[in-house]
Design a protein around this ligand. Structure first.
Ligand SMILES: *Cc1c(COP(=O)(O)O)cnc(C)c1O
Length: 360
């Protein structure tokens, strides 16, 4: 079976070059006589893998020195709790921006720890817009401001980084990290589950400014305290070693392709092609306001919803898989992260054209 174009929102496609490299090193990692999966996380070999991955990520994202990079487990969903536990620092409330499904999840979890103020929301447009920064009602006493730069399910993405003054800005970048250059110094904390744009599931990356670490709420379990992992180089306990290694291979792959500028150029092109096609057709529709459409997740509906099943079936036969939209919104969704080649997007557009011809 040839490899398909996998449009899954996550776990998502990995670059073929990375998979081949991992396959080549599977049984014997560079003369170690064993797989990376079988290595002690305390070994010299794994130490070099871990260090190289972190230094490559720091280089790609130009992460300033006063930020720690943590390689954790528990997914972005665990961060929904770890963030208030670590960042409240004696304060009573935090500001959240509600732009859809993942914002809501973060908000619900934070409510277990503090008062949550919704400083802005796009719920009245059914999450097809981004509230302009001027409309936000921020509290200067808030512990932090949390937002979701890319809503993976709604396919809506912030066209700007919000200014929040002295209040640390916290971003759930699970589905947009590494898609383009980013000024990390604008943020107090950035977090992302790996399975969309970094590597395999099981690894969660947290990039956090030094001064925000070290005053967790009382009763915080050791494993949920950022200080534990910062002090131990993310090796307080056994880290997700193989996912860490794979992420390192992805970082090298990005470096070889022009870094985040190279990624941005490819991603912009892919997104423009697909939105351009959808907008030029009367048969397909994307509901998101053009100024805040996601480069990574592109939801669309068919004019005749009864044809969804047929569309998905024929697409899969053509090697275009996982196009079903999230169960909460229906329709279709094409996730086109860094690893989706331009040919994958062209193949999808070709298929959509043919399908439209046959069904109007
Ligand atoms: C996928 C996703 C999550 C959930 O990530 P897990 O690692 O499964 O916990 C959270 N936020 C966003 C924006 C996502 O895309």
């Amino acid at each position: 079976m040839p490899r398909v174009f996998n449009f899954s929102a996550g776990p998502a496609m990995l670059p073929e070059e990375v998979l081949k490299r991992a396959a080549g090193e599977m049984e014997d990692w560079r003369g170690a006589g064993m797989s990376v999966m079988e290595m002690s996380h305390r070994s010299k070999e794994f130490g070099s893998i871990a260090e190289k991955a972190e230094s490559d990520l720091r280089e790609i994202m130009a992460i300033p020195e006063n930020y720690k990079v943590l390689f954790l487990q528990g997914g972005a969903s665990s961060q929904f709790a770890m963030i208030p536990m670590n960042l409240l620092r004696g304060k009573k409330s935090a500001d959240y921006i509600n732009t859809g499904y993942w914002s809501k999840k973060a908000i619900a979890e934070a409510k277990r720890f503090c008062e949550v103020r919704i400083a802005a929301s796009s719920e009245e447009t059914n999450f097809t817009t981004i509230p302009p920064r001027e409309s936000w009602d921020l509290d200067p006493e808030a512990a932090y401001v949390h937002y979701t730069p890319n809503e993976t399910i709604g396919g809506v993405e912030f066209p700007y980084i919000p200014e929040t003054g002295e209040v640390p800005l916290v971003a759930d970048m699970s589905s947009t990290i590494l898609s383009r250059p980013l000024d990390v110094s604008r943020f107090g904390l950035i977090y992302a589950g790996a399975q969309k744009n970094i590597g395999p599931a099981g690894l969660t990356i947290v990039i956090v400014r030094d001064d925000l670490i070290g005053s967790p709420v009382s009763g915080t379990p050791t494993m949920f305290d950022y200080a534990t992992h910062a002090k131990a180089g993310s090796m307080y306990n056994t880290p997700p070693t193989y996912a860490w290694y794979m992420a390192g291979l992805v970082f090298e792959w990005i470096k070889e392709r022009g870094g985040l500028e190279g990624m941005a150029e490819r991603n912009r092109k892919k997104a423009e092609r697909l939105y351009g096609f959808i907008d030029s057709s009367d048969f397909y529709h994307n509901p998101v306001n053009p100024d805040c459409r996601s480069w990574m997740n592109i939801p669309f509906t068919l004019k005749t919803p009864g044809l969804d099943g047929k569309f998905l079936e024929l697409a899969a036969e053509a090697g275009l898989v996982n196009l079903k939209g999230h169960r909460s919104v229906g329709g279709m969704r094409a996730s086109i992260y860094n690893a989706m080649p331009e040919e994958g997007v062209e193949a999808l557009i070709g298929f959509m054209e043919e399908f439209e011809k046959k069904h109007v």
